[in-house]
Ligand binder design. Structure first.
Ligand code: ZN
Length: 118
């Protein structure tokens, strides 16, 4: 699988928040549906939330693939998402970290399935 890490983009955003360029409301804007998904199927992150420092940080993933049709862009638990992405041609899983304490959310990494031919 091809992996893209979004740590640098996340750090840049957090730096803007800490220097006051961005408000907490601007960076903690998780959609209610995403928060619900994080609460019920999110995997507990091994680190605290970078914004509010609480241990409410959860990981989950969105999956995209042509053959997924209406299930495209639905949040899944991490393990289920990776399995699903791997089972579909051109499948991609986007891991997001979501804090149910302060609504912080950010893309963490993405996994794309490489096909043998391509
Ligand atoms: Zn938080």
């Amino acid at each position: 699988m091809g992996v893209v890490d979004y740590t640098l983009a996340k750090r840049a955003l957090l730096r803007e928040f800490r220097t006051g360029l961005l408000s907490r409301l601007e960076i903690c804007d998780a959609h209610p549906e995403l928060l619900r998904a994080a609460k019920y199927m999110g995997l507990e992150a091994s680190r605290p939330c970078p914004v509010c420092n609480s241990h409410d940080l959860r990981l989950l993933a969105y999956v995209y693939a042509d053959t997924l049709k209406h299930d495209n862009g639905r949040p899944y638990g991490i393990h289920e998402a990776l399995t699903l992405a791997a089972a579909h041609q051109g499948g991609k899983a986007y891991v997001v970290e979501v804090c149910t304490g302060c609504n912080w959310n950010h893309l963490s990494e993405s996994f794309s399935v490489r096909t043998a031919t391509g």
